[in-house]
Design a protein around this ligand. Structure first.
Ligand code: DP6
Length: 388
């Protein structure tokens, strides 16, 4: 009798924010980077993608719904992920004839973020990590997070780092087929329990120049970029791994800020130039500098991805000094706007005003775990999309 069952599996996956940035591809088809990178995985309590993967002979074609909207899956990146995962499942089925032939069935994927998509909050990272992990769960693949990172990388480079929690390195590798360009764990989230992240959302709009095309333009036109990948990033990688292993916050902070500055300098050196940071971003940098100056040491670090939002890393032991400059009522975001600059003498009034006007949302979060298997499904047992 034909198998008409609906098979389902679910996962959540986290956002990660790089402290040594990935910027540049040496092979666009395989999505191989010009440099290694390191990121911090943020807590899924605040930012996560929830994905259900299902398959059934009763489905007519592969499909993906993201935040209630049908997503185009014809792109080479999504297709590469589907193809690689199916090939791994097919190998299991070939070795064990009693397994249902899931690899031949159409896939239906439904995914939801609990934060605005394309807000420069690495939604593609969480999205592709969740897609790959959910299908791997559905197919009951024995692959390790590092193995799965090889597949997620082909969806979106930064996604390969979201297969792990804590502090994660993406080793660029040097093989032509990309088989050594994958993520590995630098340290678990629990290694540095005090680490916190504050996200100042300066714009939740879709970004102007996508990372994919921005980095291609930088590789093609920036002279500064060569210096970055040959000297600056290798030095930053070594210093950052050291700082994480030794829980040396001052070093961690300095390398994060220098690497973010180096990345955005390469964007400015791209011809024509690319600007991701805006006046609000620059005010956030000034605010972090004031906080550090007042403390007499580096207690906060800023970093910016391909958008204007600022991520500030700090330690819980310094939360009063860091959050005090931004948020009047600690732990509550309701009063934060009026509170920006409230601590007398910390923020310059012009800086405080730009932040008050330009920051639309503040997210206080910490370091978290990698993908978590879940029974919270976005697809019903009969294959229908769940109503939410
Ligand atoms: C600035 O991973 O979005 O956030 O591989 O083309 O999908 P694609 O690029 P993507 O680039 C992220 C760039 C970055 C830095 C980083 O996360 O390391």
């Amino acid at each position: 009798m034909a198998d008409t069952s609906v098979y389902r599996a679910g996962t959540t996956a986290p956002v990660n924010i790089a402290v040594v940035k990935y910027w540049g591809k040496r092979d666009a088809k395989l999505n191989l980077p010009t440099n290694s990178s390191i990121s911090v995985t943020l807590s899924q309590a605040d930012l996560r993608t929830l994905t259900t993967a299902s398959c059934s002979t009763t489905f007519t074609e592969d499909s993906l719904t993201l935040n209630g909207e049908v997503s185009d899956i014809s792109g080479a990146r999504t297709q590469a992920c589907f193809r690689e995962l199916r090939a791994r499942r097919a190998a299991l089925e070939a070795a064990n004839a009693s397994l249902p032939k899931l690899s031949t069935m159409p896939l239906k994927i439904v995914s939801e973020n609990n934060f605005p998509t394309a807000a420069g909050l690495a939604s593609s990272a969480a999205g592709f990590a969740a897609l790959v992990q959910a299908i791997a769960n559905l197919y009951e693949l024995p692959d390790s997070p590092s193995d799965l990172s090889l597949i997620a990388r082909q969806g979106s480079g930064s996604a390969c780092r979201s297969l792990f929690g804590g502090y994660v390195a993406w080793r660029m590798g040097d093989k032509e087929d990309g088989s050594d360009s994958k993520a590995d764990l630098v340290a678990e989230a629990s290694h540095w329990p005090g680490m916190r992240a504050l996200i100042l959302v300066a714009s939740a709009a879709k970004k102007g120049v996508s990372s994919t095309s921005g980095m291609q333009q930088t590789v093609a036109t920036s002279g500064l970029f060569k210096e970055r990948i040959e000297r600056i990033v290798p030095d930053n990688m070594a210093a950052m791994e050291d700082a994480i292993h030794n829980r040396n916050f001052e070093k961690f902070a300095e390398v994060s800020m220098r690497d973010s500055n180096s990345f955005h300098a390469c964007c400015a050196d791209t011809y024509p130039p690319i600007f991701y940071m805006n006046d609000v971003s620059r005010a956030a940098i000034r605010a972090v500098e004031s906080i550090n100056a007042k403390a007499g040491k580096t207690i906060a670090a800023y970093t910016f991805d391909a958008g204007p939002n600022c991520v500030v890393y700090y330690l819980d032991e310094n939360k009063d000094a860091v959050l005090g400059a931004f948020v009047e009522t600690l732990g509550s975001t309701s009063g934060w706007k009026a509170g920006i600059g409230a601590q007398v003498g910390v923020l310059d009034e012009t800086v405080a005003e730009i932040l008050r006007d330009g920051v639309t949302r503040v997210i206080m979060t910490g370091v978290g775990e990698g993908p978590i298997k879940t029974d919270e499904f976005l697809i019903e047992a009969n294959g229908e999309t769940a109503k939410r």
